[in-house]
Ligand binder design. Structure first.
Ligand SMILES: NC(=O)c1ccc[n+]([C@@H]2O[C@H](COP(=O)([O-])OP(=O)(O)OC[C@H]3O[C@@H](n4cnc5c(N)ncnc54)[C@H](O)[C@@H]3O)[C@@H](O)[C@H]2O)c1
Ligand SMILES: O=c1ccn([C@@H]2O[C@H](COP(=O)(O)OP(=O)(O)O[C@H]3O[C@H](CO)[C@@H](O)[C@H](O)[C@H]3O)[C@@H](O)[C@H]2O)c(=O)[nH]1
Length: 430
């Protein structure tokens, strides 16, 4: 089929390259000329394992990019893969989605025959039906269900394994409210379902598809927060939290994944999505107590980490190495990284901070241009009065002699990865 993808960021680029690999003809539409030029040159504008190869294989053939919305006219369906950030009070900010939807609507006014518009972005339930569809109607002059259909297909890929997650998913969720929309969605996803026969297919309504995405992320974030809450209790009683969490993970009803306790969850999705669904629930008159608690526990973990540090070292005037600036290993993304509240609090306390990350230093420097940065973990540790381990990069698990060069070998481990030994004053957060 012929597909257009509006937005060529993490999700848009990944799904475009993967759809091309599945045999579809794909065009990416993005307002960023650099992104478009990069894609047309056969390179991926984002760093994801396996994505460069796919883009290189299909660019100029089944995959191309443009800034011109008219490219949509020659396609059967359009996916909206635009950012949906939080505003200051946590609500979803739909301004980017709305601007792109207006452009798409105006373009569809010229389209002969029907078209399917699929929301790929994470949006609050009712957005596709009550915001996207009316905007498309207004700007195309067509009627939903006649001139075009709308659908919703939430995305569950993780940064760092986006291609594998898309091509080998646990489930594919297709939301629609017309038979024609449902059929077109099935046709688009048939090649994926053939390639990944183990994937479950969930065909559902549009607002259910929208909510499945929030429920998925909120459940995972809350699972980590519950693990952190239990781990904090363990610590108070001198109980090894990892032995406890590993053991409960053996119960198939609980499952072993997303039980890694530590300094908590960050990234481009969990914080904004939990905040958005909490804000939406409150707007509707419901207080989502469990989700509010999940956020509270997550906010507390960096504070607890500093409290543990203070028991050993006064941060005022101390040189503190922060190991790990990315929100998780395998990415240079620092959005909502746990290092952000930690560095903020350390600086407020008068510490002299030196940060190190294998790949995320440049991005972190944009947020914190005034702290020191080291080129290696060893350099960050040399002469430091304390170290905080914030991201679970493998190379931090392998650190050993490097701790001996610290002025005071106090290590507060926020991810339980450093090997304890004599000569290190080791404190685990959990
Ligand atoms: N990043 C993830 O891991 C992930 C995973 C699952 C779902 N999601 C959801 O997918 C959506 C997209 O996220 P992302 O991380 O890919 O966003 P992103 O910020 O990486 O990419 C958005 C792209 O849209 C482009 N854009 C902005 N305005 C435009 C317009 N008017 N017309 C055309 N292009 C325009 C930008 O230039 C950018 O390239 C969000 O709703 C997010 O919550 C993200
Ligand atoms: O046991 C765990 C697992 C994760 N994390 C933290 O949780 C955050 C999120 O990690 P992860 O889920 O691996 O990364 P994302 O790329 O943010 O992916 C999430 O967010 C995406 C965007 O919505 C969804 O598509 C994915 O399904 C969902 O896993 C990171 O800060 C991790 O350090 C933990 O603290 N403990």
């Amino acid at each position: 089929m012929k597909l257009s993808i509006i937005g060529s960021g993490y999700v848009g680029t990944t799904i475009a390259a993967c759809f091309a690999d599945l045999g579809h003809d794909v065009v990416n539409v993005d307002i960023d000329e650099d992104v478009v030029a990069t894609l047309n040159a056969g390179q991926s504008p984002i760093h994801e394992p396996g994505l460069d190869e796919l883009v290189e294989r299909h660019a100029g053939d089944r995959l191309r990019a443009t800034t011109d919305y008219d490219a949509v006219l020659d396609t059967d369906a359009t996916f909206l893969a635009l950012s949906t950030p939080s505003d200051d009070d946590g609500h979803i900010d739909l301004s980017v989605m709305e601007a792109a939807t207006k452009s798409l609507g105006a373009t569809l006014a010229e389209k002969d025959g029907s078209h399917l518009v699929v929301t790929k972005s994470t949006v609050i339930p009712t957005t596709t039906e009550e915001v996207i569809a009316p905007l498309l109607e207004e700007h195309s002059g067509k009627t939903e269900g006649e001139g075009f259909d709308v659908g919703m297909n939430p995305e569950f890929l993780r940064e760092g394994s986006a291609v594998d997650d898309f091509l080998d998913p646990d489930k594919v969720v297709l939301g629609s409210r017309t038979d024609r929309g449902a059929e077109t969605l099935r046709e688009i996803f048939d090649p994926l379902l053939e390639r990944a026969p183990e994937a479950a297919l969930v065909e559902t309504g549009i607002r259910e598809a929208e909510m499945i995405k929030y429920a998925n992320n909120a459940f995972l974030a809350a699972k980590i927060s519950l693990a952190n809450d239990l781990a904090n209790v363990c610590k108070e009683y001198g109980v090894d939290s990892y032995e406890v969490l590993d053991a409960i993970g053996l119960d198939s009803r609980i499952g072993a994944e997303f039980l890694a306790a530590g300094v908590g969850w960050g990234g481009s999705c969990f914080p904004k999505d939990v905040a958005a669904i909490v804000a939406a629930a409150r707007d509707a008159g419901y207080d989502p107590a469990m989700l509010e608690a999940a956020v509270e526990v997550n906010d507390r973990q960096p504070v607890r980490m500093l409290d543990i540090l203070r028991e050993r070292v006064d941060p005022d005037g101390a040189r503190v190495a922060v190991l790990g600036l990315a929100f998780k290993p395998g990415t240079d993304d620092v959005r909502n990284s746990r290092a952000i509240p930690l560095v903020d609090a350390l600086r407020d306390a008068g510490a002299d901070v030196v940060g190190y990350d294998p790949v995320a230093t440049a991005n972190f420097r944009e947020k914190f241009p005034d702290i020191d940065y080291a080129d290696s973990a060893a350099d960050a540790l040399a002469g430091a009065d304390a170290a905080l381990v914030v991201t679970d990069w493998d190379e931090f698990a392998a650190l050993d002699d490097e701790f001996d060069a610290m002025a005071d070998p106090v290590v507060v481990d926020g991810r339980r990865i450093v090997t304890r030994r004599d000569g290190i004053v080791y404190e685990s957060l959990v």
